[in-house]
Design a protein around this ligand. Structure first.
Ligand code: LIP
Length: 279
């Protein structure tokens, strides 16, 4: 079918397997993670994209490495990164394969010397998660996953949890930058409703890591209302490979540009959706 003009690059050849692409994602994440780690708890050049939305010189160096290496390894696949929002035509096309990369997910933690941050390299195919790798250098953890394959943590297979009772659930969430958004986008009411029912709620500050913790069964579910595609492109591929479920908060099929992400072990998904939405 001829592609309409202005939809971005021609559809990438689908020659590489998801397994090969996950291995490429991990190799690039490890190189970028080493660059970021070198600046962790060191003097940083920090600037503000918004009142609380930070970017450091390490975010920029990590993303530059990602862009260079992915162009070398997969020249046929475009890349969208957090710090250079990328060609809107590519983001809106939802066709073919596109890398979505977060050079440091958990930038606020990183900038304050907190260990909970990672590098995330995800691949979407026609808008859906195909493969991904997340590398958290300080905690020495690497997760990979791809469609039809296993989810791995440091080379060991992982699966989502078996928790079925929402009152026993150990879950995570996050809040948008600024925190001045109005309800429901500030997530305050959802947090209160969930907190009153589940066993515990964590807010650790990295969407990619929160997804990986669901994939490995540490968390039973995670949700957030205002996320960018690069925050979760890799993490969602890993959750799906681990047998988890991924939707919007209202259980509709996920379109990453909309944010409003709910991931879980599948067993708790509908109960979590009702609590989050107050239904
Ligand atoms: C962060 C997410 C986190 C969310 C923050 C921010 P960043 O991404 O990982 O879950 O709560 O608001 O979006 O900006 O550190 O790459």
């Amino acid at each position: 079918m001829p592609r309409e003009e202005g939809l971005g690059p021609a559809e990438a050849p689908r020659s590489r397997s998801p397994a090969e692409l996950a291995a490429i994602a991990l190799a690039v994440a490890e190189e970028a993670g080493a660059i970021a780690l070198d600046g962790w708890r060191s003097p940083l050049a920090v600037s503000h994209k918004g009142r609380t939305d930070l970017v450091t010189d390490r975010d920029l160096a990590s993303e530059a490495l990602m862009r260079r290496r992915l162009a070398e390894l997969t020249p046929e696949i475009p890349m969208i990164g957090e710090e250079a929002d990328g060609d809107p035509a590519v983001r809106s096309a939802r066709l073919g394969r596109v890398w979505y990369c977060d050079p440091i997910d958990g930038t606020t933690n990183f900038a304050h010397g907190h260990p909970h941050w990672c590098v995330s390299v995800g691949l979407l195919e026609d808008g859906a998660p195909l493969a991904g790798a997340v590398y958290a250098p300080v905690i020495r953890a690497r997760w990979t996953g791809y469609r039809g394959g296993p989810a791995l943590r440091n080379g060991e297979a992982v699966r989502t949890s078996l928790t079925e009772d929402v009152t026993e659930a150990f879950v995570a969430t996050g809040f948008p930058y600024g925190g001045r958004e109005l309800e429901p986008d500030n997530n305050f009411a959802s947090f209160e409703r969930v907190k009153r029912v589940v066993q515990a709620v964590r807010r650790c500050g990295s969407a990619a890591l929160d997804c990986c913790f669901v994939a490995e069964g540490t968390y039973d579910a995670y949700w957030e209302r205002i996320l960018k595609p690069w925050d979760v492109a890799a993490g969602l591929a890993i959750v799906l490979a681990a047998g988890g479920r991924v939707t919007h908060l209202d259980l509709s099929p996920l379109y990453l540009e909309r944010g409003k992400v709910l991931v879980s072990n599948g067993r708790l998904h509908e109960a979590m959706s009702r609590l989050i939405l107050g239904e």
